[in-house]
Design a protein around this ligand. Structure first.
Ligand SMILES: [Zn+2]
Length: 264
């Protein structure tokens, strides 16, 4: 069935898109009417380089772009449109806010996505690039949604429910790893479970999502728990959670099971 569903995802770094909304994209990949656009604010050139990885500070950005594109091919749904803004990794907060909002708004106007996904104010890890990209996307959404016929229906923020955060930290303690401290930048943080408005069961595509994550080879030492198997990783990544940022979702509203649910 040709649904005409459309999604715009706005993130900061290559690999931000590899978790979060990837399962949601994979679930809709077989729908011929599904359109998916992706924006990266940076190429991730300031990312960590493992001692044995064949990249330099000069080449890491292009390496990570290629990894990201390959990850989407492996997942089976390369973006229909992929924009690289080319800002410095770690420097998004130094970009004039209005410039960032303008660029994202322009993509919203041409794509007219029903659903837009980005970071919430927690940035998942508190990374300043994440927080800034999320805030600019929210502002762009509000601006464009107020224009006649924008087509924008819903804005969602990828999020980690507090209960999942605590479970993951239990696993880290059991394995002798330092638990995530939500007060630290670059550490994961949760949002109260009752704020989660959409929880998508992606277990049917979780191994594909992990295959995509594995393509981010330069960052495996950062994103994969040491020694984790594909099956273990797939189990821990079997649900994608979102806060519904727009329109306002009253507390106690039933949790949806797909980002497009209820938009008919
Ligand atoms: Zn990131």
């Amino acid at each position: 069935m040709d649904s005409g569903r459309s999604l715009l995802v706005v993130v900061a770094h290559p690999d931000d898109d590899a978790y979060g909304m990837t399962g949601t994209v994979a679930l809709h990949a077989a729908d011929p009417g599904f359109r998916y656009a992706l924006v990266h604010a940076t190429d991730g050139a300031a990312g960590d380089i493992a001692p044995d990885f064949p990249a330099t500070r000069e080449t890491l950005g292009s390496v990570r772009r290629a990894e990201d594109e390959r990850a989407w091919e492996v997942l089976g749904k390369p973006p229909d449109r992929h924009e690289w803004f080319g800002y410095d990794d770690g420097g998004v907060a130094a970009v004039p806010f209005e410039e960032l909002v303008d660029r994202i708004a322009e993509i919203m106007r041409t794509e007219r996505p029903e659903v837009v996904g980005t970071f919430g104010p927690d940035g998942i890890t508190g990374h300043p690039d994440h927080v800034r990209v999320g805030a600019a996307t929210d502002a762009a959404f509000d601006r464009v949604a107020a224009e006649p016929g924008s087509g924008l229906r819903r804005l969602v923020h990828g999020a980690l429910p507090q209960s999942v955060f605590e479970r993951w930290n239990e696993t880290r303690r059991r394995k002798g790893l330092t638990p995530w401290d939500p007060g630290e930048v670059y550490h994961l943080r949760g949002v109260p479970d009752e704020q989660i408005g959409i929880s998508v069961d992606i277990s049917s595509v979780a191994l594909k999502v992990v295959a995509g994550l594995r393509e981010h080879r330069s960052q495996q030492h950062v994103i994969a728990m040491p020694g984790v198997t594909d099956e273990q990783w797939a189990r821990s990544a079997s649900v994608e959670h979102y806060v519904v940022a727009r329109p306002h979702r009253p507390v106690g509203t039933p949790v949806l099971t797909d980002v497009f649910e209820g938009l008919d």
